[in-house]
Design a protein around this ligand. Structure first.
Ligand SMILES: Nc1ncnc2c1ncn2[C@@H]1O[C@H](COP(=O)(O)OP(=O)(O)OP(=O)(O)O)[C@@H](O)[C@H]1O
Ligand SMILES: [Mg+2]
Length: 269
């Protein structure tokens, strides 16, 4: 395939580059001094306690939150650039909590992932149909493709929203807690799928999860965030619990001391 000069340039750029980023929400500093660079084909796991700013970090990358200081570049562009349309796939936290009153089949939901500014007015074409097929197959939902999403189990719905992001054919896929509510088998096949996307298709994945075991199994690189980045390195060298306590500057890690409960969570906390 012939690449445009712009595409060639983008390929040479880090997929994500954040320099000295800080973010305030309601006047409170949530993120400070974030310096982060993610390269094409990396699978990066983002972990940290509840309220440590993981979703905030993703929302600022997606240009859904303003940053206070610093800069963010995606494929060399500012987050608000139209050039990024269709290049970022996003599965938001609790994305599978779709409104119950919306009547939409799995196939239709996944199809929405292929809508970009460019093709919005075009009829549903063959290449898009192929992406939808492929995405549904990847998450193993062929059997329920014509079923209304409100009738699916939590895990199936989660896979459907992931398929929507996959169908976009985006090169940078950002997932916020995609494993919540998924049974072990689906979880493993999903992780395998994400891993294949990196290795075989050169996609770049940035994923938040509380499931440390799952992250260790798949991510090449781990980031531990608590207001700022406290660990960024190989998954292999990611610290154990006492090492994490050290990173957090505390002597003991108390279980279940979360002071706020913003979202439903599963697995290791
Ligand atoms: N809309 C908002 N306005 C003001 N503060 C917010 C808002 N949303 C979140 N916060 C605060 O920002 C901080 C970081 O929240 P964020 O959702 O980024 O954390 P998180 O690491 O994703 O947590 P979790 O693991 O629970 O998803 C928390 O202290 C939270 O209370
Ligand atoms: Mg979050």
């Amino acid at each position: 395939m012939k690449m445009s000069a712009e595409t060639v340039l983008e390929q040479a750029m880090p997929v994500l580059e954040m320099v000295d980023v800080s973010v305030k929400r309601s006047g409170r500093l949530i993120l400070s001094n974030i310096n982060l660079r993610i390269l094409k084909g990396e699978f990066v796991g983002l972990v940290g306690p509840n309220g440590s700013g993981k979703s905030t970090l993703l929302l600022s990358i997606l240009d859904l939150l303003n940053i206070q200081t610093g800069s963010i570049k995606i494929l060399g562009h500012n987050p608000q650039s139209k050039r990024l349309h269709g290049k970022i796939g996003w599965v938001s936290q609790a994305a599978s909590n779709l409104p119950r009153d919306i009547k939409i089949t799995v196939q239709e939901l996944v199809q929405l992932g292929t809508v970009t500014g460019k093709n919005m007015l075009k009829l549903y074409d063959k290449s898009r149909a192929k992406l939808v097929e492929e995405a549904i197959r990847m998450v193993d939902l062929q059997a329920v493709r014509d079923v209304d999403v409100s009738r699916l189990s939590g895990g199936q719905r989660q896979r459907a929203v992931i398929a929507r992001a996959l169908a976009s054919d985006a090169e940078f896929i950002i997932l916020d807690e995609p494993l919540v509510g998924i049974d072990r088998d689906s979880r493993n096949s999903l992780l395998q799928l994400l891993d294949n996307l990196c290795h075989d298709e050169g996609k770049t994945i940035f994923m938040v999860s509380h499931d440390l075991a799952a992250m260790r199994q798949t991510a090449h690189r781990m980031i531990f965030l608590e207001e700022t980045i406290r660990y960024d390195g190989d998954t292999e060298h990611f610290p154990d619990l006492s090492g994490l306590a050290f990173l957090r500057g505390i002597e003991h890690v108390h279980g279940g001391t979360h002071t706020h409960s913003n979202h439903g969570k599963g697995e290791e906390q």
